[in-house]
Design a protein around this ligand. Structure first.
Ligand code: SF4
Length: 347
């Protein structure tokens, strides 16, 4: 077993994932008997107080990666370390202790809130399970948590249906904070909210991150939201990370053709970039139970070369920070920042 990595700041990362593999049985497009490699050789890290945005199309494996980090799905191979401790090697009470440090906020707060109980009871649930506290101390902590997320102490006695979507997500965040976690996996946590409520919840997450030095794995398909909240971004395609790097480099100079296509779909408010072209991807996401050989993106890539259908590209450093898995980085011209010549249509 390898020893924990050291971040660029010389500290153990809050989260370190190495060579993670998750496979589900019998869920292929062609029915039973086909296993699906939902997460394939994924490595990433998140420093203390840092937010890593994880993006990709539906079915890219980003949510499964988040769940695997929390051991909510079985890990086939690889290593997950939280604050230097190997989560994959822990079971039972040891795992429960480690789990206190990592929580999840889902898209639909109903999945974590009991609709038939006052929200105070849902927020208190992890305290009841993990902490020896008097009833009054639990009530005090629930009220403190509600205050932290911008709700009133009296809200503890209300039921989930009495809240708006944004308020319910605040309750879910209060519940996630109950045990003072260090890492929160936000899985499409603001996707169901309208834009103005999204902004409020993002600002709340930012305040909480700064105040408690939280680390976030922020999983989302909305690239504009991810840009707003993330320090670094990782892009997933067909279960693999195909590019990662600092948020500004990824958004200003995406190196992987898939990242370029994803980003071209974001509406551009900047008048200087009004003429930017949208890149249409040809074809559908390949069946994950029968991924194409070589580069997994070669069936939809406008730049595919012979080598692409035969050899899996290795992760290679990109100027400006981060890495990408594309043969163009080693065998062709670097695309970062250049316009794409093919498969373009006016936005
Ligand atoms: Fe396209 Fe080839 Fe790069 Fe894959 S390796 S993204 S197919 S150019």
């Amino acid at each position: 077993m390898s020893s924990p990595a050291v971040s660029s700041a010389g500290m153990t990362p809050m989260l370190e994932v190495k060579d993670l593999h998750v496979t589900f049985a019998g869920k292929g497009r062609f029915g039973r008997g086909h296993s699906v490699k939902a997460v394939n050789d994924v490595s990433l890290h998140i420093d203390r107080g840092e937010t890593l945005g994880l993006v990709g199309e539906s079915g890219s494996g980003k949510s499964t990666t988040g769940r695997a980090v929390l051991k909510l799905v079985p890990v086939e191979a690889g290593e997950v370390r939280v604050d230097g401790q190997d989560v994959t090697g822990h079971r039972g009470a040891q795992l429960r202790r480690l789990r206190r440090q990592m929580q999840m906020v889902f898209q639909d707060p109903y999945s974590s809130l009991d609709p038939s109980a006052p929200v105070g009871a849902s927020i208190a649930e992890p305290l009841r399970v993990h902490e020896k506290m008097s009833k009054q101390a639990r009530r005090d902590r629930v009220e403190e948590l509600l205050d932290l997320v911008g709700l009133r102490p009296s809200h503890a006695d209300r039921y989930p249906y009495e809240f708006s979507g944004g308020q319910r997500q605040r309750v879910a965040i209060a519940r996630a904070l109950a045990l003072n976690p260090r890492l929160i996996v936000c899985d499409e946590a603001v996707s169901a909210l309208d834009v103005s409520t999204q902004n409020q919840v993002i600002n709340l997450l930012e305040d909480l991150r700064e105040r408690f030095e939280l680390s976030y794995l922020f999983i989302a398909h909305d690239l504009a939201v991810v840009r707003h909240i993330s320090h670094r971004v990782a892009v997933m395609y067909l279960g693999r990370i195909v590019e990662s790097g600092p948020v500004e480099r990824i958004y200003e100079q995406p190196a992987h053709p898939y990242t370029q296509a994803l980003l071209s779909a974001i509406p551009v408010p900047d008048p200087k970039r009004k003429g930017a072209k949208r890149i249409l991807l040809s074809g559908d996401l390949p069946d994950p139970s029968a991924p194409p050989p070589g580069c997994p993106f070669h069936t939809r890539c406008a730049y595919a070369m012979d080598v692409c259908s035969q050899v899996m590209p290795a992760m290679t450093p990109v100027e400006g920070g981060g890495q990408t898995a594309c043969h163009l980085q080693t065998s062709g011209p670097t695309l970062a920042g250049r316009p794409l010549p093919r498969t373009e249509v006016p936005a």
